[in-house]
Design a protein around this ligand. Structure first.
Ligand code: ADP
Ligand code: GLC
Length: 486
């Protein structure tokens, strides 16, 4: 079975969040099952630089590319990934991030940048290309891939792949003015409520949700939540209508990247049966973050984008009390300038106790998650969340709001769950400082019982969150689609 992934981020080539982790880990997990998976992504400067050192196959020109005068596909084998890099310098050779200019504002032509990605995907899916490889399944991820699905359905009268569209975050919708419809080579007939119209404009996300044969999202709980007005972002009606074609498949984590037994970013390694190395990592983290080195002090951390979604304003309210009760805290993250400022101020007010590392640093994030005792994820909503799973793997107990994938991956340390060995962390329900503060207190209480804390660490570290199960679920879903007539 041939599967074409269409995605705007792939670790280790380009990453702003968890989508990159998934796009980098799920294709190899599917290939292990015998599927042929190619990953189509834009040729941003970071990607072009990284692939320059690998073996690039013969470039393939795309006829009539969208949004630019010339574009080509570069087939590249990069580690375990089979990539198709969309080399379109007019669209992607720019400073800044994948979606934003260096000042933080969205690129004004994002509809054409990701429209071109989708057009390339449709060309690969609907014609006999020099690649000699036509997908049976087109699998698009998030709004940036929404039009790939729409093009296949609108242009594929003479045969098309089955289409799967995965929502990693419903809050990002790819909303543009209606006047773009013809420029994106879409027929005006598709611009209607029963199509890609959304709030008087056109939405890439809605296009994916409307046209795809099958929808998925990244946890069972989020699959339910997005069918409600609270978390449906205005699309709950459509998602409820499509609920029989909407599956929640929990993400896994990449054991070759996030494994405390082999992690090259830590000064020592450890495992559930040999935990001694964790103390060395904790000390290194305390030193690197200018926290007072002390093995007895419980060390909490956050590794996150700083956005409203992540609830880190609530945490800022709780921090003075947390460190007042003897804990330390380190944050690594970037984003909202107001939140960055708030954490900078907190670090200045509590030297040696609070550290704010306002940067994006993959290697340092491993040291932080490996060396901390607990990781806090107080999200208002969370489709899946990966850092709590990294925390579990490294015996860094998650303190999470019970929403989305956080609810599906962490078992609260109630007395009964501690007793029966199922506890792996701490959960709270209400998205407010009082709720979070309550969960943090419970973590501090358990810390006073080192034997119990260690027992919960062991359950966390042995919790199975590999990609193997999810890969089997996606394979079954693809097979189910192929078994049905178009
Ligand atoms: P989201 O995709 O919503 O950002 P996830 O928890 O799914 O949330 O994934 C976030 C990913 O980005 C994780 O791999 C996390 O380690 C990483 N990450 C977030 N912020 C940083 C940072 N400042 N430095 C390094 N890695 C980060
Ligand atoms: C999104 C979500 C996050 C999820 C990630 C990977 O960025 O915000 O919860 O883990 O996608 O699916």
């Amino acid at each position: 079975m041939r599967v074409l992934f269409v995605t705007s981020e792939v670790h280790p080539l380009i990453k702003t969040g968890g989508l990159a982790d998934v796009s980098g880990a799920l294709p190899p997990a599917l290939e292990k099952l015998g599927l042929s998976v190619k990953v189509l992504l834009p040729g941003y400067p970071a990607v072009m630089q990284k692939i320059a050192r690998s073996e690039i196959g013969t470039p393939i020109d795309i006829p009539g590319p969208l949004g630019t005068t010339s574009a080509r596909l570069l087939p590249v084998r990069y580690g375990a990934l089979d990539l198709l890099v969309l080399d379109a310098p007019d669209l992607f050779t720019r400073p800044g991030g994948p979606y934003n200019a260096p000042g933080g504002q969205d690129w004004p032509d994002n509809q054409f940048r990701f429209g071109a990605l989708c057009h390339a995907a449709a060309w690969l899916s609907l014609s006999d290309t020099p690649l000699g490889w036509r997908p049976d399944i087109l699998h698009g991820h998030d709004w940036q891939a929404g039009l790939a699905v729409a093009y296949c359905h609108l242009w594929g009268q003479h045969g098309r792949p089955r289409t799967v569209f995965t929502v990693h975050n419903l809050a990002y919708q790819g909303q543009f003015a209606a006047e773009n419809v013809p420029h994106l080579r879409l027929p005006w007939e598709a611009y209607r409520h029963d199509g890609l119209e959304f709030w008087g404009g056109m939405s890439f996300l809605k296009a994916g949700l409307w046209y795809a044969d099958q929808l998925t999202t990244v946890s069972p709980t989020y699959a339910r939540e997005i069918q409600t007005p609270e978390l449906g972002c205005g699309l709950d009606g459509l998602l409820s209508m499509r609920s029989s074609n909407l599956a929640g498949i929990l993400n896994g984590i990449d054991d070759t990247e996030w494994n405390p037994g082999i992690d090259p970013f830590m000064p020592a390694t450890f495992s559930d049966s040999k935990m001694a190395g964790k103390a060395t990592v904790k000390r290194a983290l305390q030193v690197a973050s200018a926290l007072t080195p002390d093995p007895q002090t419980p060390l909490f951390c956050v590794v996150s984008r700083l956005t409203h979604q992540k609830g880190l304003d609530l945490l800022a309210d709780c921090l003075p009390d947390l460190v007042g009760r003897g804990a330390q805290f380190v944050l690594v993250g970037t984003g909202d300038p107001a939140l960055e400022h708030r954490y900078r101020m907190l670090a200045a007010a509590y030297p040696g106790r609070i550290s704010a590392q306002l940067k994006y640093d993959e290697g340092f994030s491993h040291l932080v998650i490996g060396g901390s005792d607990a990781i806090i994820v107080p999200s208002r909503f969370e489709p899946c969340g990966l850092t709590q799973m990294y925390g579990l793997r490294y015996g860094t107990l998650p303190v999470v709001r019970r929403t989305g994938g956080l609810a599906d991956t962490v078992t609260d340390a109630t007395p009964a769950a501690i007793e029966n060995g199922s506890a792996t962390g701490f959960t709270f329900d209400h998205a407010d400082a009082a709720g979070l503060s309550w969960a943090l207190s419970r973590a501090l209480d358990l810390w006073k019982h080192p034997k119990l804390w260690k027992q919960v660490m062991r359950s966390a570290m042995t919790h199975d969150n590999s990609w193997d199960k999810a890969a089997l679920d996606y394979q079954a879903l693809y097979e189910g689609l192929l078994a049905k007539p178009l």
